[in-house]
Design a protein around this ligand. Structure first.
Ligand SMILES: Cc1cc2nc3c(=O)[nH]c(=O)nc-3n(C[C@H](O)[C@H](O)[C@H](O)COP(=O)(O)OP(=O)(O)OC[C@H]3O[C@@H](n4cnc5c(N)ncnc54)[C@H](O)[C@@H]3O)c2cc1C
Length: 433
């Protein structure tokens, strides 16, 4: 039975969240420069009460299972909530589901010891601290086979030496989860180990914080993506997450869910752009007419709506499959498809919104340039689009058998011969053999 309805109680929650997002959270970037900055008293005075409201409503960190204090809402319900949160950049933080903390919490929940959970996981889940995932390298991108940042054992410690790139939020984090080479001679997928590095560990250096766009602006002004150097940083062996050499598998724990959650929020962001285009078209006049009367503008609205709804349905179907199969490996191709599609949808939506809004659209008074940058970001972070297309294509091709005839199985001559063979008796009986 297909059903596109949301149950009434959950719809009431979604409506509540939607009001909070529009009325309370959407305006916050105007007065709070960095939502991750827990040292900002204004941020805390405004955000913490909002987080308490979300907790009281039972919508805090609903991606988590009940064992971690969440609701264990399946992916379909999460998708519907994330759609609402996608409208506002700061909403995931207010609802306890901001990246990279969500993925890091999943790693700690799966591989952390009781001590890790008490020291790092619980405060993370409570929104008391922030974290960082430190994997990508300046010379090797996110391909672990190219990594050089290494660690070796000295007594009961691991000693880490090397650099990482785009370690988001390192400047605000209480700890980093670093993926480092510990067994360079091992098979490619068994060379790395995952380590917890406290942010105050001696030798941990942020070379610089990198932002997007903004060429010509003051360097480092609030940029969130750190170029990090580990100068013989020493952490106890007890800080290891998962077995030695198993970082590849550990990293996968955080990625499946993260990718689809970004896609869910992208629906909300793209819908916000569409809403703004609609308002613009009925408000702006040119050549004595509402812009909305121009057919090329109508095409923009129609194409945007169709594209967004198609993407949303694909996403909800994949969310439903995840709930049904309960195994990210079985939906790897589906998630790759959503990951690729989300970048394209948001890029085209932001692109159209800029054009429809003219100079205002391009200006810093409108959110579209930021949205466009966000689309590029989504096409790179958690694996570039090309890699996901390859993954999807492999999945789609893996069970397809090659045809054994010179011409393909669907060639007219091959089909005709097969049909004649199958119905030979009838054809003969009617003199058409
Ligand atoms: C906003 C943002 C936040 C991020 N946060 C983090 C973080 O917190 N922690 C972290 O560790 N990393 C983070 N990253 C890094 C991210 O994982 C990498 O940007 C991404 O994996 C690609 O690596 P790269 O940027 O070095 O690109 P490169 O590896 O230099 O790749 C460049 C381009 O080459 C092409 N390409 C790459 N591989 C293939 C292939 N197999 N086939 C065909 N073409 C290919 C793609 O077009 C790709 O974009 C973040 C990135 C962004 C943009």
């Amino acid at each position: 039975m297909w059903d596109f309805e949301t149950d009434a109680a959950y719809q009431a929650d979604l409506d509540w969240a939607d009001r909070l997002v529009r009325e309370e959270i959407e305006p916050l970037p105007m007065i709070i420069p960095h939502i991750f900055d827990l040292a900002d008293p204004v941020r805390n005075a405004i955000v913490r009460p909002l987080q308490r409201k979300v907790k009281a409503r039972g919508l805090w960190a609903t991606h988590l299972g009940p064992e971690l204090g969440g609701k264990g809402h399946g992916q379909v319900k999460l998708a519907l909530l994330n759609e609402v949160l996608g409208r506002a950049r700061y909403a995931p933080m207010v609802f306890g589901c901001a990246a990279p903390d969500t993925g890091n919490a999943e790693i700690l929940a799966h591989y952390g010891t009781a001590e890790h959970k008490e020291k790092w996981l619980q405060p993370l889940l409570d929104g008391e601290i922030q974290s960082c995932f430190s994997m990508t390298e300046p010379q090797g991108g996110s391909d672990p086979k190219e990594f050089t940042c290494k660690a070796w054992r000295e007594g009961d410690d691991w000693v880490i030496e090397g650099e990482k790139w785009f370690s988001s939020n390192a400047r605000y984090a209480a700890f980093l989860i670093a993926m480092v080479v510990t067994d360079p001679e091992g098979p490619p997928h068994a060379r790395h180990t995952m380590l917890i590095v406290p942010a105050d560990a001696p030798g941990l250096e942020i070379i610089r914080n990198v932002g997007f766009g903004g060429w010509g602006e003051k360097l480092d002004s609030g940029a969130e993506h750190a170029h990090v150097r580990y100068n013989r940083v020493r952490v106890p062996v007890a800080n290891q997450l998962g077995p030695r050499g198993a970082a590849f598998a550990v990293a996968q724990t955080r990625l499946g869910g993260g990718r689809i959650h970004h896609a869910m929020r992208t629906v909300g962001m793209a819908r916000a752009a569409l809403d703004m285009m609609k308002e613009r078209l009925v408000s702006r006049r040119t050549q004595g007419q509402q812009l909305a009367r121009k057919q090329m503008m109508q095409e923009v609205i129609a194409d945007s709506w169709i594209e967004l709804e198609q993407f949303r349905l694909l996403l909800l179907q994949v969310a439903w499959k995840i709930d049904k199969l309960n195994d990210y490996n079985k939906v790897r191709g589906d998630i790759a498809a959503v990951k690729v599609a989300m970048t394209g949808v948001l890029k085209r939506m932001a692109d159209r919104a800029i054009q429809v809004h003219g100079s205002f659209g391009l200006s810093d008074q409108a959110p579209f340039v930021h949205m466009l940058l966000n689309a590029y970001q989504l096409g790179l972070a958690d694996g570039p689009t090309e890699v996901h297309k390859v993954a999807l294509a492999r999945e789609l091709l893996k069970d397809v058998a090659p045809c054994e005839t010179v011409f393909p199985s669907y060639a007219r001559s091959v089909r005709e011969a097969a049909a004649r063979e199958k119905h030979a008796e009838v054809l003969k009986a009617h003199g058409r053999w």
